[in-house]
Design a protein around this ligand. Structure first.
Ligand SMILES: Cc1cc2nc3c(=O)[nH]c(=O)nc-3n(C[C@H](O)[C@H](O)[C@H](O)COP(=O)(O)O)c2cc1C
Length: 394
Protein backbone atom coordinates (compact mmCIF):
# COMPACT_ATOMS: atom_id res chain seq x y z
CA UNK A 1 0.00 0.00 0.00
CA UNK A 2 1.55 3.31 -0.98
CA UNK A 3 0.40 6.62 0.34
CA UNK A 4 0.62 10.07 -1.24
CA UNK A 5 0.67 13.37 0.61
CA UNK A 6 -1.28 16.52 -0.15
CA UNK A 7 -0.67 20.03 1.14
CA UNK A 8 -2.42 23.32 0.35
CA UNK A 9 -0.62 26.16 -1.37
CA UNK A 10 -0.18 29.64 0.11
CA UNK A 11 0.57 32.65 -2.09
CA UNK A 12 1.81 34.84 0.77
CA UNK A 13 2.72 34.61 4.44
CA UNK A 14 -0.81 35.27 5.70
CA UNK A 15 -2.30 32.35 7.66
CA UNK A 16 -4.98 31.71 10.28
CA UNK A 17 -2.77 32.45 13.27
CA UNK A 18 -0.29 35.19 12.38
CA UNK A 19 -2.79 37.99 11.73
CA UNK A 20 -0.94 39.08 8.58
CA UNK A 21 -3.45 41.03 6.47
CA UNK A 22 -1.42 41.70 3.34
CA UNK A 23 -3.11 39.32 0.90
CA UNK A 24 -1.17 40.32 -2.23
CA UNK A 25 0.36 37.34 -4.10
CA UNK A 26 4.04 37.19 -3.24
CA UNK A 27 5.78 35.40 -6.15
CA UNK A 28 8.97 34.83 -4.12
CA UNK A 29 6.97 33.25 -1.30
CA UNK A 30 4.88 31.14 -3.71
CA UNK A 31 8.02 29.82 -5.43
CA UNK A 32 9.70 29.01 -2.10
CA UNK A 33 6.53 27.38 -0.73
CA UNK A 34 6.08 25.25 -3.87
CA UNK A 35 9.66 24.01 -3.68
CA UNK A 36 9.48 23.32 0.06
CA UNK A 37 6.46 21.09 -0.60
CA UNK A 38 8.19 19.25 -3.45
CA UNK A 39 11.47 18.83 -1.56
CA UNK A 40 9.53 17.74 1.54
CA UNK A 41 8.03 14.76 -0.29
CA UNK A 42 4.52 16.11 -0.88
CA UNK A 43 2.93 14.68 -4.04
CA UNK A 44 0.06 17.15 -4.47
CA UNK A 45 -0.95 20.60 -3.35
CA UNK A 46 -4.54 21.79 -3.21
CA UNK A 47 -5.10 25.23 -4.72
CA UNK A 48 -8.23 26.15 -2.76
CA UNK A 49 -11.06 28.36 -3.93
CA UNK A 50 -12.88 31.06 -2.01
CA UNK A 51 -14.78 34.06 -3.40
CA UNK A 52 -12.26 36.64 -2.09
CA UNK A 53 -9.15 34.75 -3.21
CA UNK A 54 -6.63 34.45 -6.06
CA UNK A 55 -7.34 32.53 -9.28
CA UNK A 56 -6.43 28.85 -8.80
CA UNK A 57 -5.57 28.28 -12.48
CA UNK A 58 -2.93 31.02 -12.47
CA UNK A 59 -1.43 29.77 -9.20
CA UNK A 60 -1.41 26.15 -10.38
CA UNK A 61 0.35 27.11 -13.60
CA UNK A 62 3.02 28.95 -11.60
CA UNK A 63 3.47 26.03 -9.19
CA UNK A 64 4.10 23.66 -12.13
CA UNK A 65 6.78 25.99 -13.51
CA UNK A 66 8.54 26.33 -10.14
CA UNK A 67 8.61 22.54 -9.63
CA UNK A 68 9.19 19.22 -11.46
CA UNK A 69 6.91 16.69 -9.78
CA UNK A 70 4.24 18.08 -7.45
CA UNK A 71 0.67 18.03 -8.81
CA UNK A 72 -1.63 21.01 -8.28
CA UNK A 73 -5.23 20.11 -7.35
CA UNK A 74 -7.39 22.94 -8.66
CA UNK A 75 -10.48 23.56 -6.53
CA UNK A 76 -13.26 24.34 -9.02
CA UNK A 77 -16.74 25.70 -8.44
CA UNK A 78 -18.91 25.04 -11.53
CA UNK A 79 -20.69 28.39 -11.21
CA UNK A 80 -17.43 30.25 -11.85
CA UNK A 81 -16.43 28.87 -15.29
CA UNK A 82 -18.27 27.28 -18.24
CA UNK A 83 -17.50 23.57 -18.51
CA UNK A 84 -16.03 23.61 -22.02
CA UNK A 85 -13.73 26.47 -20.98
CA UNK A 86 -12.72 24.61 -17.79
CA UNK A 87 -12.01 21.44 -19.78
CA UNK A 88 -9.61 23.29 -22.07
CA UNK A 89 -8.02 25.26 -19.20
CA UNK A 90 -7.36 22.05 -17.23
CA UNK A 91 -6.01 20.27 -20.32
CA UNK A 92 -3.80 23.27 -21.09
CA UNK A 93 -2.36 23.16 -17.56
CA UNK A 94 -1.92 19.41 -17.96
CA UNK A 95 0.08 19.87 -21.17
CA UNK A 96 2.10 22.73 -19.65
CA UNK A 97 2.98 20.52 -16.66
CA UNK A 98 3.43 17.27 -18.59
CA UNK A 99 0.43 15.57 -17.05
CA UNK A 100 0.26 16.96 -13.49
CA UNK A 101 -3.19 18.58 -13.42
CA UNK A 102 -5.88 17.39 -10.96
CA UNK A 103 -9.32 18.99 -10.38
CA UNK A 104 -11.32 18.98 -7.12
CA UNK A 105 -15.00 19.86 -7.44
CA UNK A 106 -16.63 22.22 -4.99
CA UNK A 107 -20.42 22.10 -4.98
CA UNK A 108 -20.24 24.88 -2.44
CA UNK A 109 -21.22 24.51 1.19
CA UNK A 110 -22.87 27.88 1.65
CA UNK A 111 -25.66 29.58 -0.32
CA UNK A 112 -24.35 32.91 1.02
CA UNK A 113 -20.85 32.29 -0.31
CA UNK A 114 -22.21 30.98 -3.64
CA UNK A 115 -24.44 34.05 -4.07
CA UNK A 116 -21.32 36.23 -3.71
CA UNK A 117 -20.56 35.15 -7.32
CA UNK A 118 -24.11 35.01 -8.57
CA UNK A 119 -24.91 31.35 -7.93
CA UNK A 120 -28.62 30.99 -7.04
CA UNK A 121 -28.93 27.21 -7.11
CA UNK A 122 -29.50 25.35 -3.83
CA UNK A 123 -26.97 22.71 -2.76
CA UNK A 124 -28.84 19.74 -4.21
CA UNK A 125 -29.11 21.54 -7.55
CA UNK A 126 -25.41 22.45 -7.31
CA UNK A 127 -24.53 18.75 -7.00
CA UNK A 128 -26.81 17.86 -9.95
CA UNK A 129 -25.09 20.59 -12.01
CA UNK A 130 -21.69 19.23 -10.87
CA UNK A 131 -22.65 15.76 -12.12
CA UNK A 132 -23.52 17.13 -15.58
CA UNK A 133 -20.39 19.30 -15.51
CA UNK A 134 -18.08 16.31 -14.87
CA UNK A 135 -19.72 14.37 -17.72
CA UNK A 136 -19.10 17.31 -20.06
CA UNK A 137 -15.44 17.58 -19.04
CA UNK A 138 -14.84 13.92 -19.85
CA UNK A 139 -16.66 14.27 -23.18
CA UNK A 140 -14.58 17.32 -24.15
CA UNK A 141 -11.35 15.47 -23.22
CA UNK A 142 -12.24 12.33 -25.18
CA UNK A 143 -14.34 13.48 -28.18
CA UNK A 144 -12.35 14.10 -31.36
CA UNK A 145 -15.51 14.86 -33.40
CA UNK A 146 -17.80 17.88 -32.97
CA UNK A 147 -20.70 17.17 -30.58
CA UNK A 148 -23.80 18.77 -29.15
CA UNK A 149 -24.80 18.71 -25.48
CA UNK A 150 -28.35 19.26 -24.26
CA UNK A 151 -28.58 18.95 -20.49
CA UNK A 152 -30.45 20.47 -17.54
CA UNK A 153 -27.83 23.08 -16.71
CA UNK A 154 -25.80 23.36 -19.92
CA UNK A 155 -26.48 23.13 -23.65
CA UNK A 156 -24.21 23.85 -26.59
CA UNK A 157 -23.82 22.69 -30.19
CA UNK A 158 -21.14 21.65 -32.66
CA UNK A 159 -18.28 21.87 -30.14
CA UNK A 160 -14.87 20.18 -30.33
CA UNK A 161 -11.61 20.83 -28.48
CA UNK A 162 -8.10 20.03 -29.71
CA UNK A 163 -6.65 20.46 -26.20
CA UNK A 164 -6.29 16.95 -24.74
CA UNK A 165 -4.97 15.82 -21.38
CA UNK A 166 -1.48 14.28 -21.59
CA UNK A 167 -2.72 10.92 -20.30
CA UNK A 168 -6.11 11.06 -22.01
CA UNK A 169 -7.92 12.28 -18.91
CA UNK A 170 -7.34 14.28 -15.71
CA UNK A 171 -8.07 12.91 -12.21
CA UNK A 172 -11.37 14.26 -10.88
CA UNK A 173 -11.95 14.66 -7.14
CA UNK A 174 -15.23 15.31 -5.37
CA UNK A 175 -15.43 16.50 -1.75
CA UNK A 176 -18.24 16.71 0.80
CA UNK A 177 -20.16 14.56 3.27
CA UNK A 178 -23.76 14.91 2.15
CA UNK A 179 -25.76 12.16 0.43
CA UNK A 180 -25.50 14.18 -2.79
CA UNK A 181 -21.72 14.29 -2.44
CA UNK A 182 -21.52 10.51 -1.88
CA UNK A 183 -23.79 9.92 -4.91
CA UNK A 184 -21.91 12.17 -7.35
CA UNK A 185 -18.45 11.33 -6.04
CA UNK A 186 -19.19 7.62 -5.68
CA UNK A 187 -20.46 7.45 -9.26
CA UNK A 188 -17.99 9.79 -11.01
CA UNK A 189 -14.99 10.58 -8.79
CA UNK A 190 -11.47 9.22 -9.25
CA UNK A 191 -10.81 10.64 -5.79
CA UNK A 192 -13.14 11.44 -2.87
CA UNK A 193 -12.06 14.16 -0.45
CA UNK A 194 -13.01 14.00 3.25
CA UNK A 195 -12.23 16.15 6.27
CA UNK A 196 -10.56 14.39 9.19
CA UNK A 197 -13.14 12.56 11.33
CA UNK A 198 -12.56 9.72 13.85
CA UNK A 199 -11.70 6.31 12.37
CA UNK A 200 -15.19 4.86 12.83
CA UNK A 201 -16.93 7.77 11.13
CA UNK A 202 -14.35 7.82 8.35
CA UNK A 203 -14.92 4.11 7.70
CA UNK A 204 -18.67 4.77 7.56
CA UNK A 205 -18.14 7.48 4.94
CA UNK A 206 -15.83 5.26 2.88
CA UNK A 207 -18.51 2.55 2.95
CA UNK A 208 -21.24 5.02 1.91
CA UNK A 209 -19.17 6.18 -1.05
CA UNK A 210 -18.37 2.59 -2.08
CA UNK A 211 -22.07 1.76 -1.95
CA UNK A 212 -22.80 4.61 -4.35
CA UNK A 213 -20.04 3.38 -6.68
CA UNK A 214 -21.63 -0.04 -6.66
CA UNK A 215 -25.09 1.41 -7.34
CA UNK A 216 -23.61 3.35 -10.27
CA UNK A 217 -22.40 0.06 -11.74
CA UNK A 218 -18.71 0.71 -11.04
CA UNK A 219 -16.38 -2.18 -10.16
CA UNK A 220 -13.88 0.23 -8.59
CA UNK A 221 -14.23 3.01 -6.02
CA UNK A 222 -12.66 6.46 -5.75
CA UNK A 223 -9.35 6.81 -3.92
CA UNK A 224 -9.89 8.20 -0.41
CA UNK A 225 -8.36 11.57 0.56
CA UNK A 226 -8.49 12.54 4.23
CA UNK A 227 -7.45 15.97 5.52
CA UNK A 228 -5.84 16.92 8.83
CA UNK A 229 -4.13 19.90 10.51
CA UNK A 230 -1.26 18.26 12.43
CA UNK A 231 0.28 20.07 15.40
CA UNK A 232 3.61 18.44 16.17
CA UNK A 233 6.51 19.01 18.59
CA UNK A 234 9.47 16.97 19.91
CA UNK A 235 7.50 15.79 23.00
CA UNK A 236 3.82 15.13 23.71
CA UNK A 237 3.86 17.84 26.36
CA UNK A 238 5.23 20.45 23.96
CA UNK A 239 2.78 19.38 21.25
CA UNK A 240 -0.21 19.85 23.56
CA UNK A 241 1.11 23.19 24.74
CA UNK A 242 1.42 24.27 21.09
CA UNK A 243 -2.06 22.93 20.38
CA UNK A 244 -3.63 24.98 23.16
CA UNK A 245 -1.74 28.10 22.14
CA UNK A 246 -2.93 27.63 18.57
CA UNK A 247 -6.49 27.12 19.80
CA UNK A 248 -6.42 30.34 21.83
CA UNK A 249 -5.34 32.31 18.76
CA UNK A 250 -8.02 30.68 16.57
CA UNK A 251 -10.66 31.49 19.20
CA UNK A 252 -9.46 35.07 19.43
CA UNK A 253 -9.48 35.43 15.63
CA UNK A 254 -12.92 33.85 15.38
CA UNK A 255 -14.30 36.49 17.74
CA UNK A 256 -13.67 39.09 15.06
CA UNK A 257 -9.83 39.38 15.06
CA UNK A 258 -8.19 40.45 11.83
CA UNK A 259 -6.26 38.20 9.42
CA UNK A 260 -6.91 35.46 6.91
CA UNK A 261 -9.45 33.46 8.95
CA UNK A 262 -12.08 36.17 8.83
CA UNK A 263 -11.77 36.98 5.10
CA UNK A 264 -12.25 33.39 3.95
CA UNK A 265 -15.05 32.67 6.36
CA UNK A 266 -18.02 31.49 4.27
CA UNK A 267 -20.58 32.11 7.02
CA UNK A 268 -20.34 34.06 10.31
CA UNK A 269 -18.69 31.89 13.01
CA UNK A 270 -21.26 30.56 15.43
CA UNK A 271 -23.95 30.29 12.75
CA UNK A 272 -24.88 26.73 11.78
CA UNK A 273 -22.99 25.80 8.62
CA UNK A 274 -25.18 24.64 5.70
CA UNK A 275 -22.78 21.97 4.55
CA UNK A 276 -22.97 18.49 6.04
CA UNK A 277 -19.20 18.12 6.26
CA UNK A 278 -18.93 21.01 8.73
CA UNK A 279 -22.06 19.95 10.64
CA UNK A 280 -20.56 16.47 11.14
CA UNK A 281 -17.28 17.89 12.46
CA UNK A 282 -19.11 20.14 14.93
CA UNK A 283 -21.22 17.22 16.14
CA UNK A 284 -18.15 15.06 16.58
CA UNK A 285 -16.40 17.89 18.44
CA UNK A 286 -19.44 18.28 20.71
CA UNK A 287 -19.02 14.60 21.58
CA UNK A 288 -15.48 15.01 22.88
CA UNK A 289 -12.12 16.73 22.24
CA UNK A 290 -9.81 13.74 21.72
CA UNK A 291 -10.64 10.80 19.45
CA UNK A 292 -8.67 7.65 18.69
CA UNK A 293 -4.91 8.11 18.89
CA UNK A 294 -4.52 11.86 18.31
CA UNK A 295 -7.52 13.46 16.55
CA UNK A 296 -8.32 16.71 18.34
CA UNK A 297 -11.48 18.64 17.48
CA UNK A 298 -11.57 21.94 19.46
CA UNK A 299 -9.90 23.62 16.46
CA UNK A 300 -13.02 22.73 14.44
CA UNK A 301 -15.35 24.25 17.04
CA UNK A 302 -13.21 27.40 17.19
CA UNK A 303 -13.46 27.95 13.42
CA UNK A 304 -17.02 26.76 12.83
CA UNK A 305 -15.47 23.77 11.05
CA UNK A 306 -15.39 25.79 7.85
CA UNK A 307 -12.93 23.71 5.94
CA UNK A 308 -10.22 21.35 7.05
CA UNK A 309 -10.18 22.02 10.78
CA UNK A 310 -9.45 18.89 12.84
CA UNK A 311 -5.97 18.46 14.24
CA UNK A 312 -3.68 15.51 14.91
CA UNK A 313 -1.65 16.41 17.99
CA UNK A 314 1.55 14.84 19.25
CA UNK A 315 5.14 13.97 18.44
CA UNK A 316 5.97 13.12 14.81
CA UNK A 317 5.78 9.45 15.82
CA UNK A 318 2.28 9.89 17.27
CA UNK A 319 1.02 11.76 14.23
CA UNK A 320 2.62 9.29 11.81
CA UNK A 321 1.01 6.40 13.71
CA UNK A 322 -2.34 8.20 13.62
CA UNK A 323 -2.00 8.75 9.86
CA UNK A 324 -1.23 5.04 9.40
CA UNK A 325 -4.46 4.21 11.24
CA UNK A 326 -6.29 6.00 8.36
CA UNK A 327 -4.09 4.36 5.74
CA UNK A 328 -5.22 1.04 7.24
CA UNK A 329 -8.80 2.09 6.48
CA UNK A 330 -7.86 2.49 2.83
CA UNK A 331 -7.11 6.24 2.71
CA UNK A 332 -4.08 6.49 0.40
CA UNK A 333 -4.20 10.26 -0.05
CA UNK A 334 -3.36 12.11 3.15
CA UNK A 335 -3.64 15.90 3.31
CA UNK A 336 -1.61 17.53 6.09
CA UNK A 337 -1.34 21.29 6.39
CA UNK A 338 -0.48 23.19 9.50
CA UNK A 339 -1.60 26.43 11.00
CA UNK A 340 1.95 27.83 10.75
CA UNK A 341 1.82 26.82 7.11
CA UNK A 342 5.34 27.13 5.75
CA UNK A 343 7.22 26.06 8.90
CA UNK A 344 4.84 23.16 9.45
CA UNK A 345 5.25 22.01 5.85
CA UNK A 346 9.01 21.91 6.44
CA UNK A 347 8.55 19.90 9.66
CA UNK A 348 6.12 17.42 8.09
CA UNK A 349 8.57 16.84 5.26
CA UNK A 350 11.40 16.25 7.71
CA UNK A 351 9.70 14.27 10.46
CA UNK A 352 6.25 12.92 9.56
CA UNK A 353 6.24 11.91 5.88
CA UNK A 354 9.49 9.87 6.19
CA UNK A 355 8.11 7.95 9.22
CA UNK A 356 4.93 6.99 7.38
CA UNK A 357 6.84 5.97 4.25
CA UNK A 358 9.40 3.98 6.28
CA UNK A 359 6.65 2.04 8.01
CA UNK A 360 4.93 1.23 4.72
CA UNK A 361 8.24 0.16 3.17
CA UNK A 362 8.83 -2.04 6.24
CA UNK A 363 5.46 -3.70 5.70
CA UNK A 364 6.25 -4.16 2.01
CA UNK A 365 9.54 -5.86 2.91
CA UNK A 366 8.40 -7.98 5.83
CA UNK A 367 4.66 -8.35 5.30
CA UNK A 368 4.34 -7.23 8.91
CA UNK A 369 3.52 -4.00 10.67
CA UNK A 370 6.44 -2.23 12.27
CA UNK A 371 6.46 -0.91 15.83
CA UNK A 372 5.21 2.59 15.13
CA UNK A 373 1.52 1.84 15.59
CA UNK A 374 1.90 -0.67 18.39
CA UNK A 375 3.60 1.77 20.74
CA UNK A 376 1.26 3.57 23.09
CA UNK A 377 1.71 6.88 21.36
CA UNK A 378 -0.38 10.03 21.57
CA UNK A 379 -3.83 10.33 23.14
CA UNK A 380 -3.74 6.72 24.31
CA UNK A 381 -0.79 7.45 26.62
CA UNK A 382 -2.06 8.56 30.05
CA UNK A 383 0.72 11.16 30.30
CA UNK A 384 -0.32 13.24 27.29
CA UNK A 385 -4.06 13.22 28.07
CA UNK A 386 -3.41 14.25 31.66
CA UNK A 387 -1.10 17.05 30.57
CA UNK A 388 -3.67 18.36 28.10
CA UNK A 389 -6.41 18.49 30.72
CA UNK A 390 -3.98 20.07 33.19
CA UNK A 391 -3.00 22.86 30.80
CA UNK A 392 -6.64 23.59 29.90
CA UNK A 393 -7.42 24.20 33.52
CA UNK A 394 -4.34 26.34 34.30
C1 LIG B 1 -10.76 17.99 0.99
C2 LIG B 1 -11.78 19.09 0.75
C3 LIG B 1 -11.38 20.28 0.18
C4 LIG B 1 -12.31 21.32 -0.01
N1 LIG B 1 -11.91 22.50 -0.55
C5 LIG B 1 -12.79 23.52 -0.68
C6 LIG B 1 -12.40 24.79 -1.23
O1 LIG B 1 -11.24 24.99 -1.62
N2 LIG B 1 -13.34 25.77 -1.32
C7 LIG B 1 -14.66 25.55 -0.92
O2 LIG B 1 -15.47 26.45 -1.02
N3 LIG B 1 -15.07 24.36 -0.41
C8 LIG B 1 -14.17 23.36 -0.29
N4 LIG B 1 -14.60 22.16 0.20
C9 LIG B 1 -16.04 22.00 0.55
C10 LIG B 1 -16.80 21.08 -0.28
O3 LIG B 1 -16.21 20.73 -1.43
C11 LIG B 1 -18.27 21.04 -0.42
O4 LIG B 1 -18.69 21.61 -1.56
C12 LIG B 1 -19.08 21.57 0.63
O5 LIG B 1 -18.49 21.39 1.83
C13 LIG B 1 -20.47 20.94 0.60
O6 LIG B 1 -20.43 19.79 1.15
P1 LIG B 1 -21.48 18.78 1.82
O7 LIG B 1 -21.76 17.84 0.72
O8 LIG B 1 -20.71 18.20 2.95
O9 LIG B 1 -22.71 19.50 2.30
C14 LIG B 1 -13.67 21.12 0.37
C15 LIG B 1 -14.06 19.89 0.94
C16 LIG B 1 -13.12 18.89 1.14
C17 LIG B 1 -13.55 17.61 1.81
Amino acid sequence: MSVEFISAINVNAANEINGVSDFRLDPVYLKRYSRILEDGGFDYTLVPYGSPGHDPFTIAAAVTQYTERIKPIIALRPNTIYPTVAAKALATLDQLSNGRAVVHFIAGGSDVEQAREGDRLNKTERYARQEEYIQILRKVWSNTERFDHKGTYYSFEDFVSVVRPVNGTIPISVGGSSDDAYRVGGALGDIFGLWGEPLKETQEQIDRIAEQSRLAGRTDTPRTWVTFRPIIAPTEELAWEKAHNTLSILQERASGGAGKGSLWRQVPTGSTPANVGSQRLLNIAAGGDLHDRALWTPTATATGAQGASTALVGTPETVAAAILDYVDLGADLISIRGYDNLNDAVDYGRYVIPLVKEELAHRERTGQKGSLQSEHLGGLAEGSVALAEASVRS
